[in-house]
Ligand binder design. Sequence first.
Ligand code: AMP
Length: 993
Amino acid sequence: MDCNPRLLLFILHLLMSCVVPAFLTIYPPNEVNLLDSKASQGELGWISYPSHGWEEISGVDEHYTPIRTFQVCNVMEYSQNNWLRTNWIPRQSAQKIYVELKFTLRDCNSIPLVLGTCKETFNLLYLETDDDQGSHFREHQFLKIDTIAADESFTQTDLGDRILKLNTEVREVGPLSKKGFYLAFQDVGACVALVSVRVYFKKCPQTVRNLASFRDTVPIDSQSLVEVPGLCVNNSKEEEPPRMYCSTEGEWLVPIGKCLCNPGYEERSSTCQMCREGFYKSTHGNMECSKCPPHSFSHHEGSLHCGCEKNYFRAEGDPASMACTRPPSAPRNVISSINETSVILDWSWPEDTGGRRDITFNVLCKRCRGTAANVSTSGTLHCEPCRSNVRFLPRATGLHNTTVTVGDLLAHTNYTFEIEAQNGVSPLAFKMRQYAAVTITTNQAAPSPVTVIRKEKTSRNSVSLSWQEPDRPNGIILDYEIKYYEKEEQETSYTILRARGCNVTLNGLKPNTAYLLQIRARTAAGYGATSPSFQFETSPDSFSISSENSQVVLIAISCAVAIILVTVLLYVLIGRFCCRSKSKHPDEKRLHFGNGHLRLPGIRTYVDPHTYEDPSQAVHEFAKELEASGIAIDKVVGAGEFGEVCSGRLKLPSKKEICVAIKTLKGGYTDKQRRDFLAEASIMGQFDHPNIIRLEGVVTRSKPVMIVTEYMENGSLDSFLRKHDAQFTGIQLVGMLRGIASGMKYLSDMGYVHRDLAARNILVNSNLVCKVSDFGLSRVLEDDPEAAYTTRGGKIPIRWTAPEAIAYRKFTSASDAWSYGIVLWEVMSYGERPYWEMSNQDVIKAVDEGYRLPPPMDCPATLYQLMLDCWQKERNNRPKFEQIVSILDKLIRNPCSLKITANTTSRPANLLLDRSSAEVPSVGTMGDWMDAMRTLPCKEAFSGVSYSSCDTLAKTSTEDLKKVGVTIAGPQKKIVSSLKALESHTKNGPVPV
Ligand code: AMP
């Protein structure tokens, strides 16, 4: 080589410092290299012509990476034409290629002694061919791309040194059409070092935009954009067909359309990835997965929605983003306002809405037998769905407001309303139903209006009218209000009259005048609606009876009176004759009776009114007929089988007015009903005892038919006790029980078997005196809501009835004693329902197997023992009422004896006890035992005796007890067995109960 070696070294030095190391070179992703001289580690093998022109030189960069460069520097010689041709470069898919040259070029001025031969440019050329032509090379075949000049040959440093600068030039070539091409570099006398040659074309590289993947795309020509369809990435769905345009510069332009991640997937790094645990996505879209809403969870990746926690639900229309919810709690603060036979129910929203706002309310109406108190204490007593004619305003279900009006209920009936709050998830959780219940008793409805009014007689100054009782009197009509006025005066002045019956005569009217009149009925519930206006006219002045007419009328009236008198006389005579032959003397009838009891001579016995052929005769024998005018009804206090029970006042001639209860027989009764209704009076009228409800008399000759009894302010015993739960002392309770026992003793002495002795049939007055009531025969039981049909037919109040009476209808005073034991239990438990919710069948079975009710809470042991004695299976072993009275009397005299209770903490209060274990509890000390025994009939006997030791007591036998006056089988056994237990206790430790 002719070149100055120092110069070359200088060039090389510069080259080494300027070359970018090949391994560091990172090209833009849209550039695809067809040739990169720096990537070649060995000789490039390019053709150089003539051979002393371009020279391939190997070197290393600062990282010792070998690089190949070409240089030429024949600046000292004229007519240089040095060619360097690359190898054949396959075009691939490129249409337009780019040639990037990195080179240094010496400034001719910097080379001393060069004489006009020095050049500062070189030429870049190319040749397209379809195949590699090997070393075959023809200059003229090449087409020139450009003359390449250096931007700046040297750069002056501050120190005056001049540094060679690396130039980079890029040239476009194309469009190309053949399979490949060569590049050539023509030097015409410059000092050039070609450091690197890179040939590339541009493409739009594979990419993902809007979740659509676009393949590698090579632009077609320099003018147009290439439209490329995209493909949705995995787990996504096309929303709008994705497209993009690839520019000639290899850039993606104008993305159109997009893909959306499937439910359960979210966009992460241009892909659709599954939602993580605890997250969900329910729809297509590129939003992120959401955290599970409250009360829900997702235990898997890729959840479309979150499952609800236990007892939480999602209604059908609930979005997945909504928290899981639950049914609401029960409505609160239910208030009922009763207005006759309708009730307005108001309540508050439930405390817990379950997390929802779509709350509605349903009201379920149930008609219940028994008293309101009865229902609330023992839960669900004899309730059945209300009839369909009960009216709800606005409606019964789907209420949005917290109030409803219920109308058309029956009068004096117990209803329970269950108010339930519902929300959208309630149908999914029907087991979680919660409701608030309110029990009410309806009052009496006012009477319906009088509709039929008739004019009976008219004169100049008066008119007689009659009318029909309202269709629905809804109680006893106390009186009618009659309002009338002259038609022309338009109600500016009117007159009001009252009438007890259904007719009235209006006097003092103007002749020949039109009047309007309205009537309304009044019951204890108030006035009913007024009748439509009724018009009548008085007679004109000219209308009067002439003297001739009046004579005719007088004769007619005289004849009528004579006929009536003769008829009455005949009737009385025939009646006397018949009675003598048919009717028996009451005493005679009494012989029919006795219920198997041995009657003592001289003691009155009870007579069954049904033995009378004409039961109304029995009524008049045993009950006093009262004048309706002496009775004033105040208000309704209860509902009997035959009609209302009212409170009121009775005024008998020359007697003080007294408070009374009035039972009425409602209209439309049959003969049998009338007989049955009055039978109670016939029975009651035979009794005269402070603990038996007293009959004041009956009204049978006018309507309504009534039975009038003494008034018992505190109503029936069961509801009274429930109302005053735990409010009485033991002595007060024993006092009440004593009264009932005394009344029953009287009845059994009379030979009357009650058959339906129960707390509900005992009435209590203001002094807490209890009186036995509800008398009758078969109807007593028909009437009793507790009575149930037995397999042998007939209705029996199972829970109160002795086993032999249930099994074969053996009703005696001993079966009444069993019932008394139940009443005793009811009283001591303040109106608890015997055997609670057990079915009648289960009660029969349990009692038959020897189980008995357990002692009520805090029940004195002695009273529980008395109950157990009353519940002896063998009826002859049950105490007689006389004995019961005397036991209770003794208890009253020794109130301390009530202190020992029969409860033990280990004994569940609602389980029946096996009779063998159902005894008074064992006592710990001698003192306790003595206290317990004080309650038994032997107390007085023991009190006078001093026992030296337990042994002495234990040796006491039944005979000994008889001697000291203990005569009842139960207590005798109890004392003896307790003594034995005590003996064993003192010897061996506690005795199991
Ligand atoms: P009865 O005909 O015994 O079923 O009576 C029905 C209801 O009327 C009873 O439960 C009592 O509340 C009430 N009642 C009956 N008789 C009287 C009375 N003499 N005094 C007060 N209330 C009574």
